[in-house]
Design a protein around this ligand. Structure first.
Ligand code: DAH
Length: 343
């Protein structure tokens, strides 16, 4: 065989090996191409190498040199292909029809629960009105949940059927002088905790869970969230409350929203009101509010002749449901991703 023929064969081999390695879609295909071209027994390279013996003596050094070069080229092409397959497209699963330059499928990542989103938004709106968040425990005592809020010992709100009492007090009404523990039924507890620890002026909100032994239905759930608001200073009155509620409703619902207040009763406010806003053609209840009762101010050691204030308590689920037209509170707590991923 002439030197030229020998070199041509080698060059052809290098070209086909490179092509075969590049076309391999997975490591199995790459391996069979490797065996075909560089297999130790019958690989094509080996067959050509065997022909070296028929090359003229004087041409042998050149032929040998080229043989080594091609061997190295094939090895490099193989290494490149192996590296490409290891770069995420291996495992025999790569679809040759995939266009790697296109964006990948949309990844489903988690998101915040609609109630958490609502809470964050409420904090944001009230923050702009100067109200800072405050926290209190979900397991409370009688003093913070009832007594300091001017709810007398014999008040029906303390009924064991309406509260989750803890430990020994579970099956009996708390007796006078007792300070039993319970799951808080309202975030008004945080008003007391804040006032016990700070002096006026006070402007806080508190967002958190409350618990009541209600049977779950479209509008009730044994656990829900409230936003409590409290502002105490010299000369704070009912019209300040109305302004804050109006600004809040307008910010949250994004429109100029009419609001109204109706007379009501809560032991911890005097006067007490129920606030409604006008939304989608009807009056919707917001929650309770009022001017903080002087007995509450005295209970925390404030002087009711010096400072006054207002308070309000709104249901977070209700605000979230109205905004998103959710018709059943249970959807919020069933953890069905088909529901949750809409938010
Ligand atoms: N705590 C009341 C409830 O759970 C709501 C409420 C009413 C809170 C009037 C207040 C208030 O701060 O002033 O039903």
């Amino acid at each position: 065989m002439s030197l030229q023929q020998f070199i041509e064969q080698l060059d052809d081999l290098a070209g086909s090996a490179r092509q075969a390695f590049m076309a391999a879609a997975d490591s199995e295909q790459l391996e069979s191409a490797r065996i075909e071209f560089t297999g130790a027994k019958n690989g094509q390279f080996k067959l050509i190498q065997k022909q070296l013996g028929s090359i003229e003596r004087g041409d042998k050094p050149l032929a040998g040199k080229r043989l080594n070069e091609v061997k190295q080229e094939i090895q490099n092409a193989f290494d490149e292909a192996a590296e490409r397959l290891a770069g995420g497209q291996v495992d025999g699963e790569r679809d040759p029809k995939v266009d790697a330059t296109l964006p990948g499928p949309v990844q489903r990542i988690g998101r915040l629960h609609p109630i958490t989103q609502t809470i964050n938004e409420l904090k944001d709106i009230m923050g702009r009105l100067g109200f800072t968040p405050a926290e209190g425990p979900e397991i409370e005592d009688d003093w913070h949940n009832f007594k300091a809020l001017n709810i007398p010992d014999i008040h029906p709100a303390r009924d064991p059927l309406d509260n989750f009492y803890l430990s020994t007090a579970r099956h009996s009404a708390p007796s006078l002088g007792d300070n039993p523990l319970l799951m808080r039924t309202q975030t008004s507890t945080v008003q007391i905790r804040v006032m016990e620890n700070r002096q006026p002026p006070i402007r806080i909100i508190s967002l958190g869970r409350v618990y009541r032994p209600d049977t779950a239905d479209a509008t009730h759930f044994p656990m829900f969230h409230q936003m409590e608001g409290l502002m105490i200073d010299e000369g704070v009155n009912l019209s300040d409350l109305k302004t804050v509620l109006k600004l809040f409703a307008t910010s949250y619902l994004g429109d100029e929203v009419p609001i109204r207040i109706r007379p009501s009763f809560f032991p911890f406010t005097e006067p007490s009101v129920e606030a409604d806003y006008y939304w989608n053609g009807k009056w919707v209840e917001f929650g309770g509010a009022g001017v903080v009762d002087p007995n509450v101010l005295s209970a925390v050691g404030y002087d009711p002749d010096k400072v006054t204030g207002f308070a309000f308590g709104l249901g977070v689920e209700r605000l979230c449901m109205i905004r998103h037209q959710i018709t059943d509170i249970r959807y919020l707590y069933t953890n069905d991703v088909r529901f949750l991923q809409q938010f």
